[in-house]
Structures are given as C-alpha cells and as structure tokens.
Design a protein around this ligand. Sequence first.
Ligand code: MF3
Ligand code: CO
Ligand code: CO
Length: 276
Amino acid sequence: MTDYMTMTAGTPVSRSSAIKLYDESGFAGMRKAGRLAAEILDALVPHVVPGVTTGELDDIVRAMTLDGGGVPATLGYRGYTHSCCISLNNVICHGIPGDKVIRDGDILNIDVTPQVDGWHGDSSRMYIAGDAPIKARRLVEVTYECLMLGIAQAKPGNHLGDIGHAIQQHAQKHRYGVVRDFCGHGLGRVFHDSPDVVHVGRPGTGPELKPGMFFTIEPMINIGKPDIKMAEDGWTALTRDRSLSAQFEHSIGITQDGCEIFTRSPTGLDAPPYGA
Ligand code: MF3
Ligand code: CO
Ligand code: CO
C-alpha cells in the first residue's frame, strides 16, 4: 500500500514514507532550482579538460551555485564538505573532489544539487576529457539512453517498476550491469525523500505514479558486473570488478499526461558529445 500526501503551503518540510504530491507552486520552485542545476552543468563543459583537478571543478560549481542564488545542498550534508560529486572512470558515484588530475581519455560524472528558495535541483551528466576509447563512449551513450527510456515511462497510471524495467532491459541488451546499491529518490524541499527509485524492476509493480510526484532518475551502469565496493573514505563507491561506470540524472515532476524534466539543458548539452 502506498501513502500519498498532498502538499499545501502550510505542510511541514520533513522526510516521511508517504509520497508527496506537489501543486503548481512546487513545480515553479523545482523549475528554478532545476534550471540552475542545468546551467551549472552546461557551464562546466569548457572546464572539463585534461589537466584540471576535480577540486578546481568543485570550486567552479560552488561559485556558480552561489552566483545563481543557490546553495550546494551537498555542503555539510551528512558530513560531506564539497559542492558536488565527481566520479571518474571506475567510480560509480559520490566521488569526492580533490587533487586528482583529469587525464586524456577519462570519463567522469559531475553531480550537482543547488538548493534554490528551499527547492532542490539534482542532476548529473557524463563528460569525456579529450579522446576516450569507443568502449567508454558507447557506455556513456547507452547510459543516457537508459535515463531517457526511464523518463519515457514516467507518466500517471504507470508504476515505478515500469521505469526500472525500461532501464534494466536496455542496459542488459548491451550486457551492462545496473547498479542496485544506489537509487533515485523523491525530492522537493527535502533533498532525499520517498520514494526510492530503483533502476531495475518489473512492469506494473511498485507505487503508482500520480501528478505532482517529484523524483530523480539516476541510473548507474557498469560495463561489467553491478557489484560495488566502498572506498576507505566512506563515500566513494567503486565497481568491484574495476570496470568503467557511467551515470546521468534528471529531476522530474509527474504532470497530467507525462512528466516535466526540471533539469533539462537550456542549450541542448544534455549528453556528450558537447561539440568542439
Ligand atoms: N547528488 C547525489 C544524488 O544524486 C547525492 C550526493 S550526496 C553527497 O542523490 F553527500 F554525496 F554529496
Ligand atoms: Co539524486
Ligand atoms: Co545527484
């Protein structure tokens, strides 16, 4: 049984097991936060080049977030002290920015979450530094396709399992592994809320999608097996078999007849290649 909770102006901001259903003012809030997330990811394109460090990219994200009237939601989140996550090559997610230098042929995910007027825009994209092997570029391409096929299932009357199923089918067609240990999530005025959005599933299972639901879809796809290994730092998740991993993330809201993507690029830079 799924509980739903209609959000009004007076509703307290808290995490609960009920799935919140937002009104038009929620859509307006998410549109603004999502737009800033997309603009930051757009603006990063010329900066992601061989020689730059992940710490320098984090500084750019922090500056752009503050300039845009937001605050990085990850700053101080459960002890995390950076403005984004940067996950290179065999890192699945939650890579911590630092002294690491980006090298020619690296593929990396940059995940940003600006909070604007209390609303969270959570999005990530893959970037390719210099020339990467076809194997890596193909993984990035298929992972983006997985995200968009999942989003295509996001409409009233469908279930969360339809989204997971579409993603899983496409990844498995390419013999890739879908990570099970991390999932998408509800969001709004809470960063990580109900429901869990699992990236595998069976059609027609899980909570039914209803207008006003806000959540992320953020599939993590490995060239090899889905299994993860946690690094010593307690954050960085790696592929256990050291294979390459890719991820894309959008924040969406269910509408009367489909969904609205809050974090879509205003300039068409949703996935590589981003042009010269
Ligand atoms: N942005 C990530 C997500 O998609 C969460 C990062 S939390 C952090 O949900 F603390 F690791 F930064
Ligand atoms: Co997320
Ligand atoms: Co994210």
